[in-house]
Ligand binder design. Structure first.
Ligand code: M6R
Length: 609
């Protein structure tokens, strides 16, 4: 999970390379580097830390006027995050590379290269590609041919960009398993890991597919396959604004994105529902025909997206549709049976999560009837490889901790539940009721966001704790899981979520005054049971925080804080109750002074195994 940006232009490229790296920092942020090429050769600068550290390391070099260069922001896989392991890597002073991905057969390639006399300066797998290209280059004298011969020998995932001082006006890229786009600008041509990196210079792109190469030079762009044959590619024009990912008045992207949920949910619903029904055709032209045949749902996702899938399982089963949910990395690594007429649903903010992509491929090979993705990145691999597509209109999500992507996934899933189960147990009255609740959802979210001050005060109860327990029942159980994930991701407090009924089967042993317990209380038939759990915790001296509906009637007593979320219908309750848990995690992290948007060891998109 790294970010690459490469440029050939008639203007100095350093400003746009730095701007591109900043936009890609969500992909990795433990070290960064840039290699600029002019008639005097390469000028390389690398540093440990953020792009700001790279800018500091550049010093007066920030005024470099080279018109060709490649740049990288890293999330370490092979080799610690040191300056020496940072990209770009250089060989013989005339060839430079940036790489996102993992080369699985790096060891055997490395041994062969060492025998051939190559010396390795870093611990990275990337340096293997560099030396292999160099070896091929010495035979062919042509960078494109050298890269083409090299990638045929690679096993694993890569998006690479290479430049040689022997061909200073050409950059060669190649992709397999890691995202890559080519930007078509007025002043030049560019390669990057995603479009956002290049929006300051262009909105026109070619998307590069797996097993393709690309050459950019002053005259244009050539895309080809591994056999060297030219591939025609249409231009994709992005409607994203360069400023859409700016911080604005907010202190952190996560806070901005939490507050954007009112609009993100409204945007996701727009054009998808009528007064009393969910519109047909919103998942693709064939959706009705496919949903009529569907007999089972298999959801696959990772992390927060997986939690959204777990909520949907309760919804699907409520309306008579069998549904299984599995973490993508597990799905891809075991044998499974897929029932006839199964609709495979992948959930992903980025659309580039490697395990989800691999699971989709495996399910297709296993003969799954139809595939659908719910995704936030229109140009992503997942969108391109799925039969039906539904875009969450959350806008760019920059904070590593996912917030608005999750709530818009839940909204999208609820629309899917209606669209599929209306052919089964869901009645017209059910559909009308759900649509009514969805219409009210943006304003309910808006009201919930107004509780931030109260939640910020409660966050002070957590800042000095090392552990926390989250409890939920029914659809609120996955929400408790999501609340725990948010807290651990950004505040580094160890948090576990349990189905509340499991409390006395083990975790109750952990409860004492040092272990706060957060309960998400549904206003349904499970509420009375949750009230018993509250008593169980209280009796053991535990401090409890209960997020409840105003109908829940839970007493505020010593050691029990009740946060009344207002009237919320059960069907949309998981979406609404997510908001205070996000705010709680944010304010705990703020008190602890962690790097909220870029928590340690994590990256936004997990594009390597
Ligand atoms: O882009 P995706 O939705 O496929 O990403 C899946 C997970 O990596 C992601 O949700 C991760 O768990 C977030 N950091 C959670 O906040």
């Amino acid at each position: 999970m790294c970010g690459i940006v490469c440029a050939i232009s008639n203007q100095p490229v350093l400003p746009l390379l730095i701007e591109g790296l900043k936009r890609l920092e969500y992909r990795g942020y433990d070290s960064a580097g840039v290699a600029l090429l002019d008639e005097d050769g390469f000028e390389r600068t690398r540093s440990v830390g953020r792009i700001a550290d790279l800018v500091a390391a550049l010093g007066t070099g920030i005024n470099n006027t080279s018109t060709a260069g490649i740049a990288h922001t890293r999330w370490a896989t092979h080799g610690a995050p040191t300056r020496n392991n940072a990209h770009p890597h250089l060989t013989t002073g005339k060839l430079a590379i940036v790489h996102n991905g993992i080369i699985e057969n790096h060891q055997s390639l490395r041994e062969g290269l060492i025998k051939a006399g190559y010396h390795f300066e870093s611990e990275t797998d990337t340096e293997v590609i560099l030396h292999e290209v160099d070896r091929q280059y010495q035979q062919t004298g042509n960078l494109y041919e050298a890269v083409r011969a090299t990638v045929k020998r690679l096993k694993g995932a890569y998006a690479i960009g290479l430049i040689s001082s022997d061909e200073p006006r050409r950059i060669v890229g190649a992709r397999s398993g890691s995202p890559m786009v080519v930007g078509l600008g007025e002043d030049g041509h560019y390669i990057a890991s995603d479009m956002a990196a290049l929006l300051s210079v262009t909105h026109d792109f070619h998307i590069i597919n797996d097993d393709e190469l690309v050459e950019i030079d002053d005259d244009g762009v050539r895309i080809s396959n591994l056999d060297g044959e030219t591939v025609e590619r249409e231009i994709f024009t992005s409607d994203q604004h360069a400023g859409a990912a700016d911080l604005g008045e907010y202190r952190h992207y996560m806070l901005k994105e939490i507050h954007e949920q009112t609009q993100a949910v409204a945007d996701t619903l727009e054009g998808r529902i009528a007064a009393q029904q969910v519109l047909t055709g919103i998942f693709g032209a064939q959706d009705e025909a496919i949903f009529k045949q569907t007999r089972a749902i298999q959801i696959i996702a990772c992390g927060t997206s997986y939690h959204a899938g777990l909520v949907a399982q309760y919804w699907f089963e409520k309306y008579g549709m069998a549904c299984r949910v599995e973490i993508a990395s597990e799905f891809r690594s075991r044998k499974h049976t897929i029932a006839d007429n199964t609709l495979l649903v992948t959930l992903s903010q980025s659309g580039e999560t490697i395990d989800t992509l691999a699971a989709l491929k495996i399910a297709r090979e296993a003969g799954v009837a139809h595939t659908l993705t719910i995704c936030n990145a229109p140009e992503s691999t997942l969108v391109r490889e799925s039969e039906l597509v539904f875009m969450t209109h959350a806008g760019p999500e920059i904070g590593v901790a996912s917030t608005k992507a999750f709530t818009t996934q839940l909204v999208s899933l609820l629309l899917l539940v209606v669209s599929v189960t209306r052919h089964h147990r869901l009645t017209q009255a059910d559909e009308t009721k759900i649509v009514k609740e969805l219409r009210e959802l943006p304003s309910i979210i808006d009201e919930t966001l107004k509780r931030e001050e109260e939640i910020a005060r409660l966050a002070t109860l957590f800042a000095d704790k090392e552990h926390a327990l989250f409890l939920g029942r029914g659809t609120q159980y996955p929400i408790a899981m999501e609340g725990a994930l948010k807290l651990k991701e950004i505040s580094y407090i160890h948090a576990e979520a349990y189905a509340a009924g499991e409390l006395k089967h083990g975790p109750l042993a952990l409860v004492d005054e040092k272990m706060p317990v957060i309960a998400v209380a549904p206003n349904n038939r499970l509420l009375e049971k949750l009230k018993s759990n509250i008593e169980e915790v209280r009796a053991r001296g535990g401090h409890m925080l209960v997020f409840a509906d105003d109908q829940a009637r839970i007493d505020q007593t010593a050691g029990v804080e009740i946060i009344n979320i207002g009237r919320v219908d059960n069907i949309i309750a998981p979406i609404v109750f997510t908001i205070p848990l996000q705010m709680l995690a944010y304010h705990v992290a703020l008190i602890k002074g962690t790097d909220v948007d870029k928590p340690r060891n994590l990256a936004k998109s997990v594009t390597v195994e």
